[in-house]
Write a protein that binds this ligand. Structure first.
Ligand code: AMP
Length: 399
């Protein structure tokens, strides 16, 4: 086990880690920090919940020269919530040393962000869109940046940010270190690495199992009409300390939250259609434990760390088993126990098969399991015109 006190870190950083309660490094931290401290480029395949935010924040804060009020590290993340979470961790680790950090993101007043940048920021956390606006308008100086971190790189690419990232990296023409963290390795990442990184160290730090052992996966067979009633019953029975209830769409989120609110206390909701201010308030209230049950879209399924979430409820199963894995990963953070309960209807049994294959588990049913053969797909039924109906699922909703 690597103790932080055995690493070549400054006294203010060690003091801050002690205050936070971090004594030994997680695997991701122990393996990546020596390379980061050495100034090497790095590609790390690591999942959220592994301590990767601190793995970067600790060496970066150690390296920052606080006497120079210029941006020395640039962190690029896919979402606003992740930007705030990252900036909070950098502040916790580097605040005592005097490291100034700030997050710029869309949906918030650009003039306030501009003024803040002028006051001197050492570690800038940004979402790609707002960063590009600032670069275009010459509101930002990046020529002193020594380290660039691309966090949740695969998620940024799947959100269509490839060209934005490529543009941002091309703006950094001077020598610098690049650190790329990703859960998976799509080919665009290899392309970015080939074009913009210097002989990067590649580290695979993923768990062998897609979901950690401390997460208990359970399934509740129900009818479409019973979903909300069964969900409310389960919540009342289990009395979770904190839970996230994942829905597919913004409309579904608002409907489920409304139905639950009429019966249970401490319910609120979050989706990307809400104003940034409201999203920030809700995220902070949930983090502080002022909201007990958060009904949300996948806007909170990636990267966000809510360490007290004891239960995740999945209101409707997605056909993509990796969406299940990301949603489930909001509980059981950093070795805590977590329970995931998914409501499954007959139509979703085929999606469940994919999830179970990925988890390498048998279904653990709460209550009555489906009958043998139920949900199996027979030959497609013919319509009146003799054609088989379309197999396309409902359109994907925005988060
Ligand atoms: P992350 O993967 O960065 O989202 O971190 C997951 C969780 O692990 C967060 O709640 C961190 O506060 C926690 N964490 C990170 N590093 C350590 C550490 N060395 N010791 C204990 N907890 C940690």
């Amino acid at each position: 086990m690597t103790k932080f006190s055995d690493l070549p870190l400054g006294p203010e950083i060690l003091k801050a880690l002690d205050k936070i309660g971090y004594q030994t490094a997680t695997e991701v931290q122990a393996v990546t920090m020596p390379y980061i401290l050495e100034g090497k480029d790095l590609i790390a395949l690591a999942q959220t919940g592994s301590g990767k935010t601190a793995a970067c924040s600790i060496p970066i804060c150690h390296k920052v020269d606080v006497s120079r009020p210029v941006i020395q590290a640039l962190v690029i993340v896919p979402t606003r919530e992740l930007a705030m979470q990252y900036a909070t961790e950098v502040h916790r680790v580097g605040g005592m040393k005097g490291v100034k950090t700030f997050a710029i993101m869309g949906g918030e007043d650009a003039s306030i962000q501009r003024a803040k940048l002028k006051s001197g920021v050492h570690v800038l956390v940004a979402t790609p869109g707002r960063l590009i606006d600032f670069i275009y308008n010459r509101d930002i100086e990046l020529d002193q940046v020594e380290t660039v971190i691309l966090d949740e790189a695969d998620e940024m690419l799947s959100m269509g940010f490839y060209e934005d990232l490529d543009f941002i990296i091309q703006c950094l023409i001077h020598e610098h270190q690049t650190l790329l963290f990703s859960a998976t390795m799509p080919k665009e990442i290899s392309k970015i690495a080939k074009q913009h990184m210097k002989d990067p160290e590649e580290l695979v730090l993923q768990r062998k199992e897609p979901s950690p052992d401390q997460i208990d996966h359970r399934f509740l067979y129900c009818t479409h009409q019973q979903r909300t009633i069964d969900l409310a019953d389960k919540i009342r029975e289990l009395q979770p300390k904190q839970a996230i209830i994942f829905c597919h769409s913004r409309i579904q989120v608002e409907k489920v939250a409304k139905d639950l609110k009429s019966e249970i206390k401490g319910v609120d909701y979050l989706h990307a259609g809400m104003s940034q201010q409201v999203r920030t308030v809700v995220t902070n209230k949930f983090r502080q434990g002022k909201i007990r049950l958060l009904v949300a879209t996948d806007v909170v399924s990636r990267g966000l760390d809510f360490s007290d979430v004891t239960h995740v409820f999945i209101y409707q199963l997605s056909d993509d088993p990796y969406i299940y894995i990301h949603r489930a990963g909001r509980t059981g953070r950093y070795d805590k126990k977590g329970i995931v309960i998914t409501l499954v209807t007959k139509r979703e049994l085929h999606s469940l098969t994919k999830v179970l294959q990925l988890l390498k588990q048998e279904a653990k049913w709460i209550g009555e399991p489906p009958k043998e053969g139920e949900g199996e797909r027979g030959p497609p039924k013919r319509t009146a015109r003799g054609r088989a109906p379309s197999r396309k699922g409902p359109p994907r909703n925005k988060s």
